[in-house]
Design a protein around this ligand. Structure first.
Ligand code: G3P
Length: 224
């Protein structure tokens, strides 16, 4: 499964990149706005950390022509491994179809139902992003929606991948992974929680204590 980081915070991206096997970063207008900085300088900073890993950046325009102009500008100003994110509005589907023909790499976002994902896949989306926690908040069973989309893509031999998004806890991430979802985008606080466990730290503390009792403090294998 591919792990992407759902943030535009440079410090978080730097810290998480050091530890985790990240496949890229995803942003959206809300995430970008939290940083209160010039849009393209945020993008430049993110790229300086992630290099040619995937960067998913979202259009703002609402009509097909505005969306297309946003996408063209993103592609013109951001080199490398760029995926343009299109919300699955009616205008968004139109823009995806048009831009797929022009070789854009496409992420369909703000997905709440399996049929939206299937339509987006048929419009040429490379990734589809269902919003797990937001679906849970309307009692829509976010993990089940992700599971159905994953099955639909398999069933219809589509190469489009599921990039599950909007997580508020580790269990949601775990369950979409079990459902066969190919990729997830996770905010840093959940990413750290996925990795850590207090019993792991306790086990390591015991290993160190036992070792030091015999070999001495500050002795590692390299300086015996
Ligand atoms: O990538 C989409 C995601 O950012 C939405 O997440 O946490 O705002 O529901 P959230």
């Amino acid at each position: 499964m591919l792990y992407l980081l759902d943030t535009a915070n440079i410090e978080e991206i730097r810290k998480c990149s050091e530890v985790f096997p990240l496949a890229g970063v995803t942003t959206n207008p809300s995430i970008i706005s939290k940083e209160k900085k010039d849009f393209f300088s945020i993008i430049k900073d993110i790229k300086s950390i992630i290099g040619d890993k995937m960067l998913h950046a979202q259009v703002i325009g609402e009509t097909e022509s505005e969306i297309i102009k946003d996408a063209e500008t993103l592609r013109e100003k951001i080199d490398g491994n760029l995926y343009v994110k299109f919300p699955v509005t009616l205008e968004g589907y139109k823009a995806m179809k048009a831009l797929k023909l022009r070789g854009f790499k496409i992420t369909a976002t703000a997905i709440y139902t399996p049929q939206q994902a299937l339509l987006a896949a048929n419009c040429g989306a490379d990734y589809t992003a269902p919003y797990v926690n937001r679906i849970d908040n309307i009692s829509g069973m976010g993990v089940h929606v992700v599971s159905m989309i994953t099955e639909l893509f398999k069933h219809h031999n589509l190469e489009t991948k599921v990039l599950a998004a909007s997580f508020k806890n580790v269990q949601q991430v775990h369950e979409v992974a079990v459902a066969g979802c190919q990729s997830v985008t996770i905010a840093p606080d959940i990413m750290w929680k996925l990795a850590e466990h207090p019993l792991t730290d306790m086990s390591v503390a015991q290993f160190t204590k036992d070792w030091e009792n015999i070999y001495g403090k500050d002795k590692k294998i390299y300086n015996l």
